[in-house]
Design a protein around this ligand. Structure first.
Ligand code: ZN
Length: 86
């Protein structure tokens, strides 16, 4: 009996926020950046780029420096996608 690889969508673990993690360099520091889908955004956040609220249900990005003392977890910030790219 041949075994088949499971190819159906939905297999495998899902990342915490449902988005892909990428790395970007900003002002000489390396940041981990994760896209947050609107469906995964359940709280409102303050965007440091424009100082406006990111409302629940809004797709945005989370960024934190990966060269911090504890991996940068304390410096995690939520940004509008457009503000982060600017
Ligand atoms: Zn913003």
């Amino acid at each position: 009996m041949a075994r088949r690889n499971r190819r159906a969508a939905g297999g495998g673990p899902r990342p915490l926020f449902g988005g892909a993690l990428t790395h970007e360099e900003r002002g000489g520091r390396r940041y981990a950046v994760r896209a947050v889908a609107g469906s995964a955004a359940t709280k409102s956040y303050r965007c440091p780029g424009c100082n406006q609220e990111i409302r629940p249900g809004t797709a945005h990005v989370v960024a934190w420096p990966v060269d911090g003392p504890d991996g940068g977890g304390d410096e995690r910030r939520h940004w509008h996608s457009g503000c982060w790219r600017r």
